[in-house]
Structure formats: C-alpha cells, structure tokens
Design a protein around this ligand. Structure first.
Ligand SMILES: [Ca+2]
Length: 584
C-alpha cells in the first residue's frame, strides 16, 4: 500500500511535463474501472469485533440501522451498519485537554462498491450524520445511493452551551493540523480497511465531497491525497479560508461605519444595510442584468456580462434625504462597493477576493432566530453574525500565531477592534509551538497544480453559489481557470449557481445532484455537461427554500452550466423549464 502511494506521488511530480501536452489534447489519462457492488452478510454487531484490529482506532459501537430509520426527501434510506469510533486519542501537552478524531462510518447492506468521505462545514468539531448530502434540500444522498460514507469531527469535539463547536482547539497545534488536513490522512486508510473487513474488498472507487469548509477539505484532498481519491466534489470550497475569515472581519468593520445605532451585536450591526436595502440592491441587479441571458425570469445567468453592465453608483437611487428603503446613501454605496470589490489592508492589498453583483444579496433576514439565537439567516447571517461571532474565534484562536486566549474571549470586540493588518500577517506566520501557518495547514498546496489527481484518472467538480457572501465564486473561478491552464482541461469542471447563497438558498435552483455526473465521469469517461437543477418551491420533498420569488413556479428547473458556458433562453418554451435553456 505504502509503496503504491509513493509511486503515485512520484508520478504526480513528473506529470508537469505531460500537462502542457494535455492542454493541447496531446495525451490521454487512464480510464478508471467502474465500481462493483457487494453485500455484507454478517451481522452488524459482529463488526465491532472484526474491526477491533484497526490501527490507532477504537470502535465504540456498531449498530444496525433499519431501512427507513433515516430518510432523504421522505424516501427511506436502506438498511446499513453504523460504526462509531475515535482515532489517535491523546492528551495535549499544550492545553492539557484530551483530543481524538471522532468518526462514524455508515456501511450499506447493499453496497455500491464506493467510498465517500464527507467533509463537514464550519470549524468541524461534530460528527455529523454520514449521509453524503448533495446540494440544497437534497432529494438523494450518497448513503441512499449505496456509498459507504464516512463523517468525522476532524480531531476536536469541544462544544459550547448552544452545542456549537468551540474554536478553543486552536490552542493545540496538533488539533489545528488535524482540522486542516491531517485528520483526513488518518481517517482514510482506517475507513478503507474497515470497508475491506466488512465486504471482503476495499472500495473500488473513492470520493470526497463537501461544501464550505467541507469543500475546502475536498480541495485539500484533491491536492494532498490524490492517491486515495478518484473523484472530488468541492462545493463553495473555502480554499483560502483564513483569508476569507479575515476579510469578513474587515467587512464588519466597514459596516460598523454605517450603523445607525451603537454596535453591540449582529442585530445592531445590521442597521448598516437593512434587509430592505439589501433587497433594493439585489433587485437593481436583476433589473439591469436579467435579460442579458435572453430570459426575463428573475435569474441572472450571464454573471460576467452583468458585472460589466451593472453600476452601483448609477443603477441604485442615491438618497437625497434620509434613508427610507428606496435608496442607498452615498456612504452605503462606498462601503458596499468596498465589500463587493473585496476588503483591503491599510496598504491596499486585497485580503481575499472580490464578489460579483448578483440576484441573491437580498436573501435572508437579520436577527431571525436559529436554535434560539437571533443569528439571522442567509446573507445577513454571514455579513453580520459570522463576521462578529464566528470569524473572530477562527482568526483569533485557530489561525493566528500565536493565538489569543479563549478565556474571556469577546468575539464582537475582537472583530471590531483587532489590528486587521496584523491579523492578516499572522495567518502566514509560525513560531516554535505553531510550526505551520494557517495558510499552510488550511489550504491546498498549489491548488491549480493537480497533476497528481489528473494523471491517475481522477476528476474534480466544483460548484459555487454566485451570491455566496462568505466564500467568493470569483475565487473558485480563479482556481478553475488556473487549474485548466496549469493542469489541463480534461479533469476539472466548475458550475456556478446563479442566485444561490452559501451552499444553498437564495433565489436559485439549488437542488441538484453533481455526484452522479462525477461518478459517471470518473468511472465511465462521460464528461459532465449541463446538470438540471430545481427550485425548491411549495411542496418540494427536499424542503422549501423560503428565498424563492413568488412569481416562480414551485418546480422551476434550470440547467447548471459548466463554466464558462451560461444558461441562455433558446427563444421558445416555458421559462419554468430547463429544456427551454441551453448552455452556451
Ligand atoms: Ca434572466
């Protein structure tokens, strides 16, 4: 096993030469064989004993999950075995706390021969159910499709009173590294060996899928662990996550200058640009750009043309008197212009990325409660709550060298007062305790150079909501264009999702299955083309998306197009049907 890995790594290194040929269509990459399913015949409980020999692993339970105990979109998920456990349990010499990599592995009775490693969101810290969910309000998931699915906490599990992961693990250097990339390296062989022990063979094909931080994990796996994974599905991949977090703090600082009351929380900060004013801007973008794709349907498919056409200065009324929801003040326009073009350091360096003007900036509401806390939803959550409550702990405790103490940590105060230039610098620094910088442990090394994945026949699909306000579709687009140039045009595809926010929601068709086209590409050589996505209106089995305009049919469909193609109206047929549009 180890020998094979080393050989593949060496192939990856020599692939640089082949790439320039590939870009000209000069060579072929191998076609990987299709997975073949299997059935486990033993009883689930006996697996706990059977798996007891896994290295560095403690299996804590093995329980049979009857068909229908879990469902997706109302459909029963078939019988499977749920294995729970932990790896590499240890006591930190830095903070004295006990750490382990917690996980669950769900093994279908009728297995499709494939393994899917599910990357989770946020700062990890919880073993979310290993479903392998796909897109917003999914109608199916990997477990339902017969994959063996792994989920983990990425090496830390301390939760706050609200059951949210705490950033305090950032004090422990190894926990940082596990969160960034090393937990995946430890979990992968364990999962494959567990699968082998269960079904009598290791997975024929292996996949990595996730959105947000999970998309980051997927991108890191494509870069670091290409020998272990054949297909990568990277949703809203925060592959520059520490930069995005610092930029979001900078955004909060900008919004604070607009707040109409003293900023004491996310709700007072949201007076900067109210829900009504966000909607005003989004509607102005639609007014200007909707028809550029040939259909006046409330969707801005031609994102690039829209950026050239839309002018914040000219296309939104400027208030002549006070703010009343029908205009933006000139100060608001200045700040929003800076937010969309991307916050900068005091010396003018772009901290992270720019964001396109799109139809979804009005989605969500400030201050609406989730889990009892008035955190807001949609864009308001990311702009006002995440920037003052989540990105603060991430940048201050997990990404910074040295970290600040979690004891008495005040997220709001940290967000609004910390020296941003210093914070930005500190995501690339190290010291004798924290020997890897955040930008090293959180991001894929040389993200556009994925020769290792390509050379062995692996594929990567990325998707990203155009109205995502925490990770930018522009950053993912930059990765894609760079990867085509540096690695080749035959192993990666990128699907922007107009109107969609962060991983789901927004005025968009956010219900889609990109895993199936990925599998067909990896295992059949079928290059992905248009993928039909659905809106989630009233009655949708996967859950209703409350951001949809009332004028849309509840079951509106659209093709998602591989970049740089754009879904354009063919000139005939219903505006509610994907078949009336073509990727051009
Ligand atoms: Ca349109």
């Amino acid at each position: 096993m180890r020998g094979n890995e080393l050989r593949l790594v060496r192939l990856g290194a020599t692939a640089l030469v082949a790439t320039s040929l590939a870009a000209c269509g000069g060579d072929d990459v191998p076609q990987l064989a299709a997975a073949v399913g299997a059935v486990y015949s033993g009883d689930c409980a006996s697996l706990q004993t059977a798996l007891s020999g896994l290295a560095n692993t403690q299996i804590t339970a093995a329980e049979s999950v009857a068909a229908g105990s879990l469902t997706v979109a109302g459909t029963p998920i078939a019988e499977h075995c749920r294995i729970t456990g932990k790896m590499h349990e240890r006591v930190s010499t830095v903070d004295g706390k006990t750490y382990a990599i917690g996980f669950e592995l769900r093994l279908p009775k009728n297995w499709n021969g494939r393994f899917l490693h599910q990357g989770n969101g946020g700062i990890d810290g919880k073993v979310l159910t290993a479903l392998g969910g796909l897109g917003g309000g999914p109608l199916t998931n990997a477990l339902h499709q017969g994959f063996a699915v792994l989920s983990s906490d990425a090496g830390h599990s301390e939760l706050d009173a609200g059951n949210n992961a705490k950033p305090d693990f950032g004090i422990d250097p190894q926990a940082r590294l596990d969160y960034g990339y090393q937990a995946v390296a430890k979990l992968t062989p364990m999962a494959k060996n567990a699968i082998k022990a269960t079904y009598g063979k290791a997975p024929d094909r292996s996949y990595f899928a996730g959105c947000s931080n999970g998309g980051r994990h997927a991108m890191v796996a494509a870069s670091r662990y290409f020998a272990d994974y054949d297909g990568i599905l990277a949703g809203a991949p925060g592959y520059n996550l520490p930069k995005a977090a610092v930029a979001n703090l900078a955004g909060a600082r900008l919004y604070k200058t607009l707040a109409t009351v003293p900023v004491t929380d996310q709700i007072t900060l949201a007076t900067a640009v109210t829900d009504t004013e966000r909607k005003l801007l989004a509607d102005a973008v639609v007014t200007k750009c909707d028809a550029l794709d040939g259909a006046s349907d409330g969707m801005v498919q031609d994102v690039a043309a829209c950026q050239a056409q839309f002018s914040l200065a000219n296309d939104v009324p400027t208030c002549s008197g006070g703010r009343d929801g029908t205009c933006l003040s000139s100060d608001q326009k200045t700040v929003l212009g800076m937010v969309f073009s991307g916050p900068k350091t005091s010396s003018g360096s772009l901290i992270y990325a720019s964001f396109p003007y799109d139809a979804g900036f009005g989605a969500g509401k400030a201050g609406v409660a989730s889990g009892g806390s008035p955190v807001g939803s949609g864009i308001a959550f990311w702009e006002y709550f995440a920037s003052t409550n989540l990105d603060s702990g991430a940048t201050g405790i997990i990404f910074q060298v040295p970290p600040v103490s979690p004891t008495g940590f005040d997220p709001l105060n940290f967000s609004l007062t910390t020296d941003l230039d210093a914070l930005y610098a500190n995501i690339t620094t190290t010291n004798s305790i924290y020997t890897e910088s955040a930008m090293s442990f959180m991001t894929p090394p040389n993200p556009t150079r994925m020769q290792g994945l390509r050379e062995r026949g692996g594929k990567i699909l990325a998707y990203h909501g155009v109205s995502d306000s925490i990770f930018s579709v522009n950053d993912t687009q930059a990765w894609y264009t760079g990867a085509v140039k540096d690695t080749g045009n035959d192993f990666a595809r990128f699907y922007p999702v107009p109107g969609m926010g962060h991983c789901s929601g927004g005025p968009s068709t956010d219900q889609f299955d990109l895993l199936t086209p990925l599998v067909n590409w990896v295992e059949q050589g079928t290059t992905p083309q248009a993928v039909v996505a659905s809106a989630r209106g009233t009655g949708n089995a996967g859950g209703v998306n409350s951001d949809l305009p009332a004028t849309w049919a509840a079951d509106r469909t659209r093709p998602l197009c591989p970049f740089p193609k754009v879904a354009r109206y063919t000139g005939s047929g219903s505006l509610e049907q994907a078949s009336s549009f073509a990727c051009q």
